[in-house]
Design a protein around this ligand. Sequence first.
Ligand SMILES: [Zn+2]
Length: 167
Amino acid sequence: MVLPIVTYPNKILRQPTEPVTFPLSKEMKKLTLDMIDTVRKADGIGLAAPQVGKSVKLIVINLEKEGVNIFPLYNPKIKSKSLKKIEVEEGCLSVPHVFGMVKRPKKVTVQAQNFNGEIVEITDDGWIARIAQHEIDHINGKLIIDLAKKYTQGEEIVKEWKKKKYI
Ligand SMILES: [Zn+2]
């Protein structure tokens, strides 16, 4: 089931999130499947639970177009990161019409749990690293508008939010 995507300045995007417990409840299984439907439908490359109004530590990464199976990560965190940072243009389904240059570590190791509750570690220096950092920010209440120093699109929208002191 496709869920509506919450957009900024909805306060849910800033709220602390609860850890996911295992075995997964029926609700968490359903939320996972619904988030997969939602990110596909929105043609997004990643989605975090707060973006569909749920304050839990769950993200999904969708690189199906790159030939990678879509997958959820529960309780994900950055275990280590490279000193080397790169700046990449990012957008966000919860911050429509805004794109900005965001600097992040190039390579990270993410530790998380899979669908079965097993601990998994992913080390990557490509799209997975980038998306995981963006989505982990979401479960910590952080958005691209907190990080972008330079905007490629929608800067006037961000300026308006700053004026209203949303940010
Ligand atoms: Zn986002």
